[in-house]
Ligand binder design. Structure first.
Ligand SMILES: [Fe+2]
Ligand SMILES: [Fe+2]
Length: 289
Protein backbone atom coordinates (compact mmCIF):
# COMPACT_ATOMS: atom_id res chain seq x y z
CA UNK A 1 0.00 0.00 0.00
CA UNK A 2 1.43 3.36 -1.02
CA UNK A 3 0.88 6.43 1.19
CA UNK A 4 1.27 10.14 0.62
CA UNK A 5 1.10 12.39 3.69
CA UNK A 6 0.68 16.11 2.99
CA UNK A 7 -0.79 19.19 4.63
CA UNK A 8 -0.74 22.92 5.37
CA UNK A 9 -1.63 23.99 1.83
CA UNK A 10 -2.91 27.34 3.20
CA UNK A 11 -4.88 28.64 0.24
CA UNK A 12 -5.47 32.39 0.70
CA UNK A 13 -7.64 34.76 -1.28
CA UNK A 14 -6.81 38.36 -0.53
CA UNK A 15 -4.99 40.70 1.79
CA UNK A 16 -7.61 42.41 3.90
CA UNK A 17 -10.87 41.22 5.40
CA UNK A 18 -13.14 44.04 6.50
CA UNK A 19 -15.36 41.96 8.69
CA UNK A 20 -15.37 40.38 12.12
CA UNK A 21 -12.91 43.07 13.20
CA UNK A 22 -13.79 42.31 16.82
CA UNK A 23 -11.43 39.34 16.38
CA UNK A 24 -7.81 40.56 16.65
CA UNK A 25 -6.90 37.73 14.23
CA UNK A 26 -9.00 39.39 11.54
CA UNK A 27 -6.58 42.32 11.33
CA UNK A 28 -3.32 40.79 12.63
CA UNK A 29 -3.69 37.87 10.16
CA UNK A 30 -4.20 40.00 7.03
CA UNK A 31 -1.33 42.34 7.99
CA UNK A 32 0.85 39.25 8.38
CA UNK A 33 -0.42 37.97 5.01
CA UNK A 34 0.42 41.24 3.36
CA UNK A 35 3.89 41.34 4.87
CA UNK A 36 4.84 37.65 4.73
CA UNK A 37 2.34 34.99 3.79
CA UNK A 38 1.53 36.06 0.25
CA UNK A 39 5.22 35.60 -0.60
CA UNK A 40 5.62 32.49 1.55
CA UNK A 41 2.55 30.72 0.09
CA UNK A 42 2.67 31.48 -3.65
CA UNK A 43 -0.63 30.68 -5.40
CA UNK A 44 1.45 29.21 -8.25
CA UNK A 45 2.47 26.33 -5.94
CA UNK A 46 -1.10 25.08 -5.36
CA UNK A 47 -1.89 23.18 -8.54
CA UNK A 48 1.59 21.60 -8.85
CA UNK A 49 1.17 20.45 -5.23
CA UNK A 50 -2.11 18.64 -5.85
CA UNK A 51 -0.82 17.25 -9.15
CA UNK A 52 2.33 15.94 -7.42
CA UNK A 53 0.13 13.94 -5.03
CA UNK A 54 -1.96 12.62 -7.95
CA UNK A 55 1.20 11.67 -9.86
CA UNK A 56 2.35 9.50 -6.94
CA UNK A 57 -0.74 7.31 -7.56
CA UNK A 58 -1.17 6.70 -3.83
CA UNK A 59 -3.55 4.13 -2.43
CA UNK A 60 -3.97 6.40 0.57
CA UNK A 61 -3.47 10.20 0.66
CA UNK A 62 -3.63 11.69 4.17
CA UNK A 63 -4.07 15.48 4.49
CA UNK A 64 -3.47 16.64 8.07
CA UNK A 65 -5.15 20.05 7.97
CA UNK A 66 -4.89 23.77 7.17
CA UNK A 67 -6.57 23.83 3.77
CA UNK A 68 -7.08 27.60 4.11
CA UNK A 69 -5.57 30.65 5.81
CA UNK A 70 -8.52 32.68 7.19
CA UNK A 71 -11.45 30.22 6.78
CA UNK A 72 -12.99 32.54 4.17
CA UNK A 73 -15.61 31.30 1.74
CA UNK A 74 -13.41 32.16 -1.26
CA UNK A 75 -10.57 30.13 0.22
CA UNK A 76 -12.79 27.10 0.76
CA UNK A 77 -14.09 27.42 -2.83
CA UNK A 78 -10.51 27.26 -4.13
CA UNK A 79 -9.51 24.44 -1.79
CA UNK A 80 -12.61 22.51 -2.78
CA UNK A 81 -11.73 22.77 -6.51
CA UNK A 82 -8.18 21.56 -5.85
CA UNK A 83 -9.28 18.65 -3.66
CA UNK A 84 -12.06 17.69 -6.07
CA UNK A 85 -9.30 17.08 -8.62
CA UNK A 86 -7.51 14.81 -6.15
CA UNK A 87 -10.71 13.08 -4.99
CA UNK A 88 -11.51 12.12 -8.60
CA UNK A 89 -8.29 10.09 -8.72
CA UNK A 90 -7.90 8.82 -5.16
CA UNK A 91 -11.58 8.53 -4.15
CA UNK A 92 -12.00 6.94 -0.73
CA UNK A 93 -8.23 6.76 -0.43
CA UNK A 94 -8.35 10.45 0.55
CA UNK A 95 -8.36 10.83 4.34
CA UNK A 96 -8.39 14.42 5.59
CA UNK A 97 -8.99 16.51 8.66
CA UNK A 98 -9.12 20.26 9.33
CA UNK A 99 -6.46 22.43 10.98
CA UNK A 100 -6.71 25.54 13.15
CA UNK A 101 -6.78 27.82 10.06
CA UNK A 102 -9.92 26.04 8.83
CA UNK A 103 -11.75 27.06 12.02
CA UNK A 104 -10.19 30.50 12.25
CA UNK A 105 -12.91 32.32 14.24
CA UNK A 106 -16.19 31.42 15.97
CA UNK A 107 -18.08 33.35 13.28
CA UNK A 108 -16.30 31.43 10.50
CA UNK A 109 -17.24 28.14 12.17
CA UNK A 110 -20.89 29.23 12.42
CA UNK A 111 -20.99 29.95 8.68
CA UNK A 112 -20.21 26.28 8.04
CA UNK A 113 -18.10 26.78 4.89
CA UNK A 114 -15.74 23.99 5.96
CA UNK A 115 -18.54 21.42 5.92
CA UNK A 116 -20.31 22.97 2.91
CA UNK A 117 -17.32 23.00 0.57
CA UNK A 118 -15.11 20.16 1.82
CA UNK A 119 -17.81 17.54 1.77
CA UNK A 120 -15.36 14.63 1.92
CA UNK A 121 -14.47 15.55 5.53
CA UNK A 122 -15.85 13.47 8.38
CA UNK A 123 -18.42 15.12 10.66
CA UNK A 124 -16.87 13.33 13.66
CA UNK A 125 -14.00 14.51 15.83
CA UNK A 126 -12.65 10.95 16.01
CA UNK A 127 -13.03 8.62 13.03
CA UNK A 128 -11.38 5.53 11.62
CA UNK A 129 -10.65 4.04 8.21
CA UNK A 130 -9.68 0.39 7.99
CA UNK A 131 -7.15 -0.10 5.20
CA UNK A 132 -6.35 -3.79 5.50
CA UNK A 133 -7.48 -6.64 7.80
CA UNK A 134 -4.96 -5.49 10.42
CA UNK A 135 -4.27 -1.83 9.54
CA UNK A 136 -6.49 1.12 10.53
CA UNK A 137 -6.05 4.88 10.33
CA UNK A 138 -7.45 6.69 13.39
CA UNK A 139 -7.97 10.44 12.97
CA UNK A 140 -8.51 13.02 15.71
CA UNK A 141 -9.60 16.61 15.09
CA UNK A 142 -8.28 19.02 17.76
CA UNK A 143 -8.99 22.25 15.83
CA UNK A 144 -11.14 24.94 17.53
CA UNK A 145 -11.29 28.69 16.99
CA UNK A 146 -9.04 30.39 19.55
CA UNK A 147 -9.31 34.16 20.00
CA UNK A 148 -5.90 35.23 18.70
CA UNK A 149 -3.53 32.31 19.07
CA UNK A 150 -2.95 29.18 16.98
CA UNK A 151 -3.39 26.43 19.56
CA UNK A 152 -5.16 23.12 19.27
CA UNK A 153 -7.07 21.79 22.27
CA UNK A 154 -7.38 18.23 23.61
CA UNK A 155 -10.96 18.37 24.98
CA UNK A 156 -12.02 15.71 27.46
CA UNK A 157 -15.01 14.39 25.51
CA UNK A 158 -12.98 14.03 22.32
CA UNK A 159 -10.09 12.44 24.17
CA UNK A 160 -12.45 9.91 25.77
CA UNK A 161 -13.70 8.95 22.31
CA UNK A 162 -10.12 8.59 21.14
CA UNK A 163 -9.24 6.36 24.12
CA UNK A 164 -12.32 4.19 23.44
CA UNK A 165 -11.32 3.93 19.79
CA UNK A 166 -7.74 2.96 20.64
CA UNK A 167 -9.09 0.35 23.10
CA UNK A 168 -11.20 -1.11 20.30
CA UNK A 169 -8.15 -1.16 18.02
CA UNK A 170 -6.22 -3.05 20.71
CA UNK A 171 -9.03 -5.60 21.20
CA UNK A 172 -9.21 -6.22 17.46
CA UNK A 173 -5.44 -6.43 17.15
CA UNK A 174 -5.12 -3.51 14.73
CA UNK A 175 -1.90 -1.80 13.72
CA UNK A 176 -2.80 1.88 14.06
CA UNK A 177 -1.73 4.91 12.06
CA UNK A 178 -2.86 7.87 14.19
CA UNK A 179 -3.34 11.26 12.50
CA UNK A 180 -4.06 14.76 13.81
CA UNK A 181 -3.17 18.33 12.84
CA UNK A 182 -0.98 19.20 15.83
CA UNK A 183 2.26 17.65 17.11
CA UNK A 184 2.19 16.38 20.72
CA UNK A 185 6.01 16.28 20.76
CA UNK A 186 8.66 17.97 18.64
CA UNK A 187 12.38 17.33 18.06
CA UNK A 188 14.67 19.38 20.36
CA UNK A 189 15.77 21.42 17.35
CA UNK A 190 12.18 22.60 16.76
CA UNK A 191 10.59 23.53 20.11
CA UNK A 192 6.90 24.47 20.00
CA UNK A 193 5.82 27.90 21.27
CA UNK A 194 3.05 28.41 23.85
CA UNK A 195 0.81 30.29 21.46
CA UNK A 196 1.09 27.55 18.80
CA UNK A 197 1.12 24.33 20.83
CA UNK A 198 -1.52 21.67 21.40
CA UNK A 199 -3.10 22.47 24.76
CA UNK A 200 -3.32 19.12 26.56
CA UNK A 201 -0.48 17.57 24.56
CA UNK A 202 0.49 15.54 27.65
CA UNK A 203 -2.78 13.57 27.31
CA UNK A 204 -1.89 12.71 23.72
CA UNK A 205 1.63 11.72 24.75
CA UNK A 206 0.21 9.42 27.47
CA UNK A 207 -2.20 7.87 24.94
CA UNK A 208 0.58 7.25 22.43
CA UNK A 209 2.78 5.72 25.17
CA UNK A 210 -0.06 3.42 26.16
CA UNK A 211 -1.36 2.31 22.75
CA UNK A 212 1.84 2.58 20.70
CA UNK A 213 0.46 3.48 17.26
CA UNK A 214 2.91 2.62 14.50
CA UNK A 215 2.88 6.20 13.16
CA UNK A 216 1.60 9.59 14.25
CA UNK A 217 0.99 11.84 11.23
CA UNK A 218 0.63 15.59 11.71
CA UNK A 219 1.56 19.00 10.33
CA UNK A 220 0.90 22.49 11.80
CA UNK A 221 4.56 23.31 12.34
CA UNK A 222 5.78 23.99 8.82
CA UNK A 223 8.95 21.90 9.04
CA UNK A 224 9.27 18.37 7.67
CA UNK A 225 10.61 15.72 10.04
CA UNK A 226 10.65 12.08 11.06
CA UNK A 227 11.11 11.69 14.80
CA UNK A 228 10.79 9.08 17.57
CA UNK A 229 10.22 10.85 20.90
CA UNK A 230 12.35 9.36 23.74
CA UNK A 231 9.22 8.84 25.84
CA UNK A 232 7.34 6.84 23.17
CA UNK A 233 10.00 5.25 20.95
CA UNK A 234 7.55 2.72 19.45
CA UNK A 235 5.81 5.49 17.50
CA UNK A 236 7.38 7.26 14.56
CA UNK A 237 6.10 10.84 14.36
CA UNK A 238 5.97 12.23 10.82
CA UNK A 239 5.51 15.93 10.21
CA UNK A 240 4.77 16.37 6.50
CA UNK A 241 5.66 20.09 6.55
CA UNK A 242 3.74 22.40 4.22
CA UNK A 243 2.96 21.43 0.63
CA UNK A 244 2.39 25.10 -0.29
CA UNK A 245 5.19 27.07 1.36
CA UNK A 246 8.21 28.65 -0.29
CA UNK A 247 11.44 28.58 1.69
CA UNK A 248 15.19 28.50 1.25
CA UNK A 249 15.34 25.62 3.73
CA UNK A 250 14.78 22.10 2.34
CA UNK A 251 12.84 21.06 5.48
CA UNK A 252 10.43 23.98 5.07
CA UNK A 253 10.13 24.24 1.28
CA UNK A 254 6.90 22.82 -0.20
CA UNK A 255 6.91 19.05 -0.06
CA UNK A 256 5.30 15.90 1.32
CA UNK A 257 6.19 12.45 2.65
CA UNK A 258 5.58 9.11 0.96
CA UNK A 259 6.16 5.46 1.95
CA UNK A 260 4.95 1.94 1.38
CA UNK A 261 3.46 -0.28 4.06
CA UNK A 262 2.89 -4.01 3.84
CA UNK A 263 0.00 -5.90 5.46
CA UNK A 264 2.08 -6.46 8.62
CA UNK A 265 2.63 -2.71 8.98
CA UNK A 266 6.28 -2.72 7.92
CA UNK A 267 7.34 0.60 6.42
CA UNK A 268 9.59 0.82 3.36
CA UNK A 269 10.85 3.58 1.07
CA UNK A 270 10.10 6.40 3.51
CA UNK A 271 10.90 9.49 1.44
CA UNK A 272 10.37 13.24 1.58
CA UNK A 273 9.77 14.95 -1.75
CA UNK A 274 10.58 18.63 -2.04
CA UNK A 275 9.46 21.04 -4.78
CA UNK A 276 12.18 22.76 -6.78
CA UNK A 277 9.81 25.68 -7.40
CA UNK A 278 9.63 24.97 -11.14
CA UNK A 279 8.48 21.46 -12.05
CA UNK A 280 10.24 18.68 -10.10
CA UNK A 281 9.55 17.16 -6.67
CA UNK A 282 12.99 15.92 -5.61
CA UNK A 283 13.24 12.85 -3.31
CA UNK A 284 15.21 12.86 -0.04
CA UNK A 285 15.31 9.70 2.12
CA UNK A 286 13.90 9.99 5.65
CA UNK A 287 14.99 7.64 8.40
CA UNK A 288 12.34 5.30 9.84
CA UNK A 289 14.35 4.74 13.05
FE1 LIG B 1 -0.33 25.48 8.96
FE1 LIG C 1 -1.96 24.77 11.82
Amino acid sequence: MKFVHFGDLHVWSRGFVWRELQYPKRWIGPVNLWLNRRKRFPPAYRLPAIDAVIKEKPDIAVFTGDFTTFSLREEFVMASALFERLFEKVGDGLIALPGNHDRYTEAAVRKGHLEDYLTFLSKDRVFTRQLAPRITVVCVDHAYPVLWRSNGIVKDEVHEQLVETMERMRRTNQIVILAGHFPFATPPKHPESWEHKLIGEEKMLALVKEYKPKLYLHGHKHVRWSFRPDSCPDTLCLNCGSIGMKSESREKQAGYITWEMDDRGEIRKLTAKVYDGISEWVPHPLSAD
